[in-house]
Design a protein around this ligand. Structure first.
Ligand SMILES: C[S@@+](CC[C@H](N)C(=O)[O-])C[C@H]1O[C@@H](n2cnc3c(N)ncnc32)[C@H](O)[C@@H]1O
Length: 178
């Protein structure tokens, strides 16, 4: 076996899953620390809550929350193998017992009993996501969307600050009010 073939066989799962993610919903672009802190400062997390990140990248958003909220559960859905590997290593070396990651297509995520959903994806994914939220989210759940609003759904709150990505907060029930 020549070197080129070995390199191809090792890297291709990473390249193909990254390409699939980019086409499907968004490439890996981590939320910047300042944007993350701004977004997380607007949230109220209670004991026992279940919080998921659809397209969790390297897990930074979930780890930042998990450090402050030991009694909540955090689940990241990620299909691209490189960021998934980084997040799994961070979980084990950081000892985050309340954070887990699933190597799964975010459009097939289990939203049962979820209290907060994070979305930092390209807006091309919104129509499919909105259908999923309509069918699966409870009325009281919240969807936190970074960067672009979900058209046709009324946000409960919008946070816009200079030099920060805008944050849109939707209630689960808003998806059934269209
Ligand atoms: C813009 S990044 C956001 C990462 C992270 N949520 C953050 O804020 O730092 C979007 C992530 O979604 C992942 N992704 C895109 N399509 C996906 C799919 N169909 N299923 C699971 N993950 C996906 C990408 O691999 C990427 O890591």
């Amino acid at each position: 076996m020549n070197t080129f073939l070995i390199v191809f066989l090792i890297t291709s799962p990473f390249l193909f899953t990254a390409a699939f993610a980019g086409i499907s919903a968004a490439p890996w672009l981590p939320t910047k620390r300042g944007d993350r802190e701004h977004m997380l400062s607007k949230l109220q997390i209670n004991q026992g809550m279940k919080i998921i990140d659809l397209g969790s990248g390297d897990g930074s958003v979930l780890f930042a929350l998990a450090r402050q909220h030991k009694n909540a559960t955090f689940i990241g859905y990620e299909i691209s193998l490189l960021p998934l590997l980084v997040s799994v290593l961070r979980k084990y070396f950081g000892g985050y017992k309340n954070v887990s990651f699933k190597c799964q297509n975010l459009f097939r995520a289990n939203l049962d009993g979820v209290d907060i959903v994070f979305v930092f994806l390209l807006d091309k994914s919104y129509p499919k996501l909105a259908k999923k939220f309509t069918a699966e989210l409870s009325d009281s759940s919240r969807v936190i969307v970074e960067a672009w609003p979900i058209e046709a759904i009324e946000p409960k709150k919008v946070f816009k600050e200079k030099k920060r990505l805008p944050i849109f907060v939707y209630e689960g029930k808003a998806f059934r009010r269209k």
